[in-house]
Structures are given as structure tokens and as C-alpha cells.
Design a protein around this ligand. Structure first.
Ligand SMILES: Cc1ncc(COP(=O)(O)O)c(C=O)c1O
Length: 364
């Protein structure tokens, strides 16, 4: 069925349809790779955004040294699809998950974050029992106040524990300045990001002063890529959203990557000239970062979302009728993509392929 649809114009697809513009995505990948092709950092793109092994392979082909995943389940999907050198930028806790982690480590190069001494011991025991070596980054809380140990002595102390654990290999440190990536004022974003990164890099120096090599110091998001990517001492960038982009990053933060992800939707009701309902609601497109943006037709906006309805409000656009198509840009690409089983891959305005979003829902 899907194959017979190849060549269908984007505007004639059954809806709602999550559309990936391949030309735009390729260009976003090339641009980010180009910015850092001569260093000083290497790219380890965060695949929690797109959750697609095909897109991850494209990022690696463009020069990324490996990938980042948010969850073990995502990492398993990526490893099965042949991706190597995978950072799980998260803590893996509990016997069941750790058993899966050591299995994964037997299949591919995998790294995991730690911020707790008991977890380090659990991981070490499991790795030794399975005869594998787990690569470890100590996660540092650089201001996001999510996971991670505070910068300085606690980082040193945990790194020392990892370094002497026979089943583990200490690779370095990981931070994430998620509290600064969306700051609108560029100067404030720079200042707060650099303040945060200082604690990460100083922690790395402290670990080195104990005679422990620190190969990796990883951090960064799309909103801070040009700051973190040029900060002395940072070795890797974990950028995610740049590949597809979303309205929050482009319109509010001003990051100049193009929209590669839109939702095509159909008007199902147009009760008044100023109001219409489309078939993209909360089960199609998320609003955790605010309401999505209508890009076509111009002069309409989304005033709200119900489960299966998008409430369209006319500004100065043309009247809409049932059956008309509306193209919408998500305000948060990552959570929107996770609602869908497949991308409708568009090239030059027509359907070129349908790709499964294999990591979708792999939150375990
Ligand atoms: C650990 C980590 N690294 C990096 C990122 C960067 O993502 P983005 O480029 O989408 O801001 C995220 C986003 O949530 C993250 O959680």
C-alpha cells in the first residue's frame, strides 16, 4: 500500500502525516558537520530527537564519531541497526536494565553515565560477571539540576572509583546545559552557558590532576552548539534538534537551521469564516513547549489542541473549507516525533519513502 503511494504530492497524502523533508534534513546534517569538521569538537548527535537508525547512519556518514541516546531501549534499536559507539546519556539503574546493558556492550561499543557510587559498583559487578568492559562517563550537574554530581571534588571522587573498577573504563565527563539552550538573548545564553561549562572543564582538570586521563568531555544542545562547540576543554557535542528543527528553536531562540519536519493535516470542519478544525490534535502533535505554528496557509494560527482536533483561528488568511490542507510546524520536534510510527519522507514535494521511527516509544 505504502509503496504504491510513492510519488504522491505531500499535499495529497492522507492525514495526519508526519512529513520529513529529506533535502532539508540532509542540508541541516551537512551544515552542523561542516561547522565542526576541523574541530575543536567532534559530533555525537543525540538521536532522541529523530529516533531513526536511517537518520543516525546519515549523521555518522557525515562525520559524527558516534551517537547519543536517552534510553537503553533506544540504544538497543540503534545497535541492532548497526550503529556503533553509542553514549546512553542517562543512568542505568536496577538489575534488569543492567543485564540488558552488559548484553548491549557485548554487541557494540557503548558508554553510560553515572552519578552514584553504588551504581558504579553494580555496573562493575555486572560487567565482570558478563566478561565485558563498560565505558563510563561521570555525569556532572552543570546547572540543569537533573542528574549529575556537583562539579569539583565529588566528580573527582566518583571518577577515582570508576577508574579502579576492573569491569569499567573511565572515559571522561558529561554535562548538559539544558537550562541555557532556550535563553533568547544571545549574550545571556553565552554568559550562562560559559559559566556552566567552566565547572565541567575544571572538574576534568581536577580528575587529570589525580593522574586519571579524561578523554571525553561531552555537553551541548542545538541552542548552545556554537558556544559549547568552541569552549576550550569540551571534546564532544550532543546536539539533537538541529536535524529536524522546530519552532521553539528557530523562532524563539533564533537558531538558523531549516524546518525539516512538518505535520500535514486536513480541515474537517469550518463552522465560521474565522474558525476551523483540523485533524491534528494532541495525539498527533505536542504542545509541551507551546502551541505549534501553522505555516501554510499563511494568516491562520492554532488557538488550541484537543485530543484529535486542532482549533484553527483566522488572522488574515484565506477562508478554509473542509478538505483543505494545513501544514504545521511542531514547537517541539522530539516529543512530536515520538507520537508517530513512521516518517512520510518527502523529496521535492512528493513522497519518496516511508521510514519507520524504530526508536519511538522505546522509553524503557
Ligand atoms: C543529555 C542531553 N544532551 C543533549 C541534548 C540536546 O538536545 P537538543 O539539541 O535537542 O537541544 C539533550 C536534550 O534533551 C539532552 O537531554
Amino acid at each position: 500500500m505504502q509503496r504504491s503511494l510513492i510519488g504522491t504530492p505531500k499535499t495529497a497524502l492522507d492525514t495526519p502525516a508526519l512529513c520529513l523533508d529529506l533535502g532539508v534534513v540532509e542540508s541541516n546534517i551537512r551544515r552542523m558537520a561542516g561547522y565542526f569538521q576541523d574541530g575543536p569538537v567532534r559530533l555525537r548527535p543525540h538521536t532522541k530527537t529523530h529516533k531513526s537508525p536511517v537518520l543516525a547512519h546519515m549523521q555518522v556518514a557525515a562525520g559524527a564519531i558516534g551517537i547519543t541516546c536517552a534510553k537503553l531501549g533506544e540504544a538497543e534499536v540503534m545497535a541492532e541497526a548497526g550503529l556503533k559507539d553509542i553514549l546512553i546519556a542517562n543512568q542505568i539503574v536496577g538489575a534488569g536494565k543492567i543485564a540488558r546493558l552488559v548484553n548491549l556492550a557485548a554487541l557494540t561499543e557503548v558508554m553510560v553515565a553515572v552519578d552514584d557510587a553504588a551504581n558504579v559498583e553494580e555496573l562493575d559487578r555486572a560487567a565482570r560477571a558478563a566478561g565485558v568492559t563498560l565505558r563510563i562517563l561521570v555525569e556532572v550537574n552543570i546547572g540543569l539540576n537533573r542528574c549529575g554530581v556537583v562539579p569539583g571534588q565529588p566528580v573527582h571522587d566518583l571518577a577515582c572509583r570508576v577508574a579502579v573498577a576492573p569491569g569499567l573504563r573511565f572515559e571522561g565527563l558529561m554535562g548538559y546545559e539544558g537550562h541555557t539552550v532556550f535563553i533568547r538573548d544571545p549574550e545571556e545564553r553565552r554568559r550562562k552557558t560559559e559559566e556552566s561549562l567552566a565547572g565541567l572543564v575544571e572538574s576534568a582538570d581536577l580528575v587529570r590532576s589525580a593522574g586519571i586521563p579524561v578523554q571525553i568531555v561531552s555537553s551541548g544542545g542545538t541552542g548552545t552548539c556554537f558556544i559549547t562547540g568552541r569552549y576550550p576543554g569540551i571534546t564532544e557535542l550532543q546536539v539533537g534538534s538541529y536535524i529536524t528543527m522546530d519552532a521553539q528553536y528557530r523562532e524563539e531562540v533564533g537558531m538558523d537551521f531549516a524546518y525539516g519536519l512538518t505535520v500535514m493535516s486536513t480541515v474537517v470542519s469550518a463552522p465560521t469564516p474565522d474558525r476551523a478544525e483540523c485533524d491534528a490534535g494532541l495525539k498527533t502533535i505536542t504542545q509541551d513547549f507551546g502551541l505549534p505554528r501553522v505555516i501554510d496557509p499563511p494568516g491562520w494560527e492554532l488557538a488550541g489542541l484537543a485530543e484529535e482536533h486542532g482549533h484553527l483561528h483566522r488572522l488574515d488568511g484565506p477562508p478554509l473549507r473542509p478538505g483543505d490542507k494545513v501544514e504545521i510546524v511542531p514547537n517541539h520536534g522530539c516529543t512530536t516525533i515520538n507520537l508517530h510510527d513512521e516518517y512520510w519522507v518527502i523529496r521535492d514535494g512528493v513522497l519518496a519513502a516511508v521510514w519507520p521511527i524504530a526508536g519511538r516509544g522505546k522509553v524503557y
